[in-house]
Design a protein. Structure first.
Length: 155
């Protein structure tokens, strides 16, 4: 009998989100209070739009019958369970590594020689047998590890 598909979602949260929102609000307030003209308004508007865009990003980790799929923005990677050697906690990756133009490129991001799907916060590292490892941000590291191990190491 096949297991139902399980989906874990991680959104940008915590102090980086508060910091981004605070800076956007502060910048917009400075523009309103100063006489910067059209350029100041344009820069504040662009920063605010960029902040909202960053805050709306999410990482989706989907566990189906044969593989897990991780998605972030316009990137995705599918890893068959048979290719997973181990899954373990990994060091946190700061959100600041991914706040720039990299989000728009769709190119693989790399952290410690692994594909990175992260927006900061707690992460798991999926060690693979036949391809590059993958680092994925999750809301609950222990839950993610348990769910993946349940599918890669059946009893």
């Amino acid at each position: 009998m096949s297991e139902p598909t399980q989906t874990l979602v991680r959104r940008t949260a915590g102090w980086p989100a508060v910091l981004l929102a605070g800076i956007a609000t502060f910048a917009a307030g400075l523009v309103v209070l100063s006489n910067t003209g059209g350029w100041g308004v344009a820069i504040a508007a662009l920063y605010t739009i960029w902040t909202v865009w960053i805050l709306r990003q999410k990482i989706v980790l989907e566990l189906d019958d044969n593989a897990l799929t991780v998605r972030l923005h316009n990137r995705s990677r599918r890893i068959p369970y048979s290719d997973i050697a181990e899954v373990a906690p990994a060091p946190r990756v700061p959100l600041t590594m991914f706040m720039g133009v990299a989000l728009l490129t769709g190119q693989p991001w790399r952290v410690d020689n692994a594909d990175a799907f992260t927006l900061g916060g707690p992460v798991v590292r999926i060690h693979t047998r036949n391809s590059d490892d993958c680092v994925v941000a999750v809301s609950d590291v222990d839950q993610a590890i348990a769910l993946i191990k349940a599918r890669t190491q059946p009893e």
